[in-house]
Design a protein around this ligand. Structure first.
Ligand SMILES: C[S@@+](CC[C@H](N)C(=O)[O-])C[C@H]1O[C@@H](n2cnc3c(N)ncnc32)[C@H](O)[C@@H]1O
Length: 344
């Protein structure tokens, strides 16, 4: 099955006869990170056979893109949409009409925009994420448990100790996006080796309840909180901790942003690479300063990059990057990966 496609006047009927067109709209905070959003949507929709449309409808609107979804899988697609990080509004295009109609909340859509490859369509709101769930999951409101003076203490809004190595507050959208980029639908076990306040752990469990999450952090303070989120947690140094060979499907983590930590991050990845399965994935968020060094080091140990993009996180630029261990799987991702790379 193709991962992405260009639609023309000639092939449109072949697709819309048994596929629906779903339009994704990026949340404001990540409006510039369209490449990541498309890759996230691709991996999240992989179980339902979503196909990215390279030249989708309403391309003049900022922060939108679209996928073809097999009609029979639409109910399953609907169950995935709440777990997406970078997009929060989803619209359905209906081509069983001769009259263009905008029944959605989208503004600045003219009648002319509602004709695509010679076909008129109606657009309507399909699914909007619940702001309440997003807020409940955000670091400010999430319950966490820390170890203080050898006693467990329930806290809300836990952002670490503020030290260079101990800042912890991954936004919900990034945590979900990173987990989705690691293809969680097919994963049995996921590891976060720098787990901190548990943004990744929490989102992984939200996205796929069946996934077994493992975590490591050098700081004993966060251990009870990570266990509370359902992780098999280890307190220790990720560059030394041992796991069985070929044990994890993915390693997903926000690394400590200090450049003093970069050498140790590379040591940790070297230490853990053998514990990733042969088609294992690595998804990292790092500071922009660390990104070039990490890209080189992870390439050198035999992983292939399938996504990399800068994200502005409340005024600070960071990088989100993804690699895969299997060359064959990397080749299979080439079509979507290079299409997304060329998007401005
Ligand atoms: C950026 S924070 C992770 C934040 C997390 N994603 C969250 O949502 O809160 C990085 C974490 O790495 C931990 N850390 C630093 N060096 C480590 C090491 N060598 N091994 C394991 N954990 C380490 C720090 O204690 C910190 O909690």
């Amino acid at each position: 099955m193709a991962s992405c496609i260009s639609i023309t006047g000639k092939n449109i009927d072949d697709y819309i006869k048994d596929h629906l067109v779903l339009l994704f709209s990026l949340r404001k905070s990540r409006i510039k990170a369209k490449k990541l959003a498309i890759m996230e949507a691709y991996f999240a929709l992989y179980p339902v056979g979503g196909i990215f449309i390279k030249n989708g409808p309403l391309g003049n609107l900022k922060g939108v893109f679209s996928f073809l979804i097999p009609e029979e899988n639409m109910a399953q697609a609907l169950s995935i949409l709440p777990t997406i990080g970078y997009c929060n509004k989803f619209y359905l295009l209906d081509f069983q009409t001769n009259t263009p109609e905008n029944n959605s909340d989208l503004k600045n859509v003219s009648e002319r925009d509602l004709v695509w490859k010679g076909k008129a369509f109606r657009i309507s709101n399909f699914y909007f994420q619940d702001k309440g769930i997003y807020e409940k999951q955000s670091v400010d409101n999430r319950k966490f448990i820390i170890l203080q003076n050898n006693k467990e203490k329930v806290v809300y809004g836990y952002r670490g100790d503020g030290s260079e190595m101990g800042r912890r507050a991954l936004p919900v959208e990034d945590a979900r996006c990173m987990v989705n980029l690691s293809m969680p639908g097919r994963a049995e076990r996921l590891l976060d080796p720098f787990a901190g306040g548990g943004g990744i752990v929490y989102s992984a469990k939200y996205i796929n309840k069946k996934i077994k999450v493992f975590s490591v952090d050098i700081d004993p303070v966060v251990a009870p909180g990570l266990e509370f989120y359902g992780s098999n947690h280890f307190t220790g140094d990720s560059s030394r901790v041992r796991f069985p060979a070929a044990f994890f499907d993915s390693l997903v983590t926000e690394v400590p942003f200090s450049s003093n930590a970069t050498v140790n991050i590379i040591k940790a990845i070297n230490n853990l690479k053998g514990s990733l399965k042969k088609d294992g994935r690595i998804v990292l968020m790092s500071s922009m300063n660390q990104a070039t060094v990490l890209k080189k080091a992870i390439g050198d140990i035999g992983f292939y990059p399938y996504i990399s993009q800068k994200v502005n996180r409340k005024g600070t630029d960071v990088a989100i990057m993804g690699w895969i261990k299997s060359y064959d799987k990397y080749k299979k991702l080439q079509a979507i990966s290079s299409t997304v790379k060329s998007i401005s």
